[in-house]
Design a protein around this ligand. Structure first.
Ligand code: PLP
Length: 428
């Protein structure tokens, strides 16, 4: 038994499923999760000292690689001042100014402790601002685990959202409409029927929780148009895409401005941070300025702000995102070449610093139905073979991959060599 397997057994004694977030459990992969001891640059090192080239990056934040000396240095510098004061601190203003400078659609911003809190608060704010209850989201998008968002399409999709988890009241789920991603016709139809009851649309502007699915041309623009027409709030959930697909997020890449933006992951440099912000008129409804309540004991934590500011400052360097996207391109085209040579039906999709690998004969994947039609068993075997080759991919066919600026051409070449060997095992 490996040390990781032993640790997993021990973890299961007092932690539900042995993990503090479900996807870490490697469920369905027929092997125990790898326990990581430390990480540096592009690499994870497990408890047995085995090194892995990492394409998960703590699920997104580690865009300059693990244990970035500038990020760690910024945290170290503040450490002896104390961990938290529960008072305003100047560093929170620095962070707010930085976010508003990088993302011009954000005029006011509130820091929170996770992506879940950011989207939950943005939804409440939209409801409070519009005085409406219904929200629209998209199949296969993930916005964290607040009750209004753990809802799937019911049989009468427009009126009967159903809880996707026990514990979510049906009476609340009713207010969430779930539509197919990239389907503007479905959105138009929905708004034609109940548009004046809809508080907001929340969308991942590049979907990263059903692998990596870019918006089709016109989709984000269409969402903007219907929100304008019906007075609904457009929320871009850029928890994953923010600072990753481009410095200014997907909204800068596609040129569509949301009313509110949710942030997480990179904004905290690896510390537990989220943020939501947007138009001054809407954000002014948040307490203590306005009546919509929202708060957090540790929100704007100075160490977390220090980590986030250090990371954001670093990735503002001109050319950073271009170079990152180039690395993703090299990886994806290399994977495609090797899959084709091995006769494995696979395609890749990518936007900036994120990418997805789909085991399918389809030429592109645009929505949840197509993503779930991909071969999950081939993914499972590929993931496992890559792990054995020292490459750590997301342990689920429905998660995007993340590149960092610490991945060298040699790391990418080693990954491609590993993939060649892994593809060969898929035919066995
Ligand atoms: N929104 C998106 C797009 C995400 O990918 C995630 C998490 O992966 C969240 C929200 C929730 O963030 P957190 O896990 O920090 O609560």
């Amino acid at each position: 038994m490996t040390t990781s397997a032993q640790l997993f057994e021990q973890a299961c004694r007092h932690i539900p499923g042995g993990v503090n977030s479900p996807v870490r459990a490697f469920k369905g992969l027929e092997r125990p999760p790898v326990f990581i001891e430390r990480a540096q640059g592009a690499y994870l090192f497990d408890v047995e000292g085995q090194r892995y080239i990492d394409y998960v990056g703590s699920w997104g934040p580690m865009i300059t690689g693990h244990a970035d000396p500038e990020v760690l240095g910024a945290v170290r510098e503040r450490l002896d001042n104390g961990l938290s004061f529960g008072t305003p601190t100047a560093i929170e203003t620095t962070m707010a100014d930085l976010i508003c400078e990088i993302i011009p659609s954000i005029e006011l911003v509130r820091m929170v402790n996770s992506g879940t809190e950011a989207t939950m608060s943005a939804i409440r704010l939209s409801r409070g601002y519009t005085g409406r209850d219904k929200i629209v989201k998209f199949e296969g998008n993930y916005h964290g685990h607040s009750d209004s968002l753990l809802v799937k399409a019911g049989s009468g999709a427009l009126t009967h959202g159903e809880p996707s988890s026990p514990g979510v009241p049906a009476a609340l789920a009713e207010h969430t409409v779930t539509l197919p991603y990239n389907d503007m016709e479905a959105v138009e139809e929905c708004f034609a029927k109940i548009g004046d009851e809809i508080a907001c649309i929340i969308v991942e502007p590049v979907a990263g929780n059903m692998n990596c699915i870019p918006p089709v041309p016109g989709f984000l623009e269409g969402l903007r148009r219907v929100c304008n027409e019906y007075g609904s709030v457009l929320i871009f959930d850029e928890v994953m895409t923010g600072f990753r697909v481009a410095l200014g997020g997907a909204q800068s890449l596609y040129g569509v401005m949301p009313d509110l933006t949710c942030l997480g992951k990179i904004v905290g440099g690896g510390m537990p941070v989220g943020a939501f912000g947007g138009k001054r008129e809407i954000m002014s409804q948040i307490s203590p300025l306005g009546p919509v309540y929202q708060a957090g004991t540790l929100a704007g934590n100075p160490l977390a702000m220090a980590a986030g500011i250090a990371l954001l400052s670093k990735i503002r360097e001109p050319g950073f995102h271009q170079a990152l996207a180039q690395r993703v391109e090299t990886l994806c085209s290399g994977l495609q070449e090797r899959a084709d040579a091995a006769g494995v039906a696979m395609i890749t999709q990518r936007v900036g610093g994120m990418f997805g690998v789909f085991f399918t004969a389809q030429s592109q994947v645009e929505n949840f139905a197509q993503a779930t039609a991909c071969d999950a068993d081939v993914f499972r075997r590929f993931f496992s073979a890559m792990l054995d080759q020292g490459v750590y991919l997301a342990p689920s066919a429905y998660e995007a991959g993340f590149m960092s600026s610490a991945h060298t051409p040699e790391d990418i070449q080693m990954t491609l060599d590993g993939a060649k060997a892994a593809f060969a095992t898929l035919r066995e």
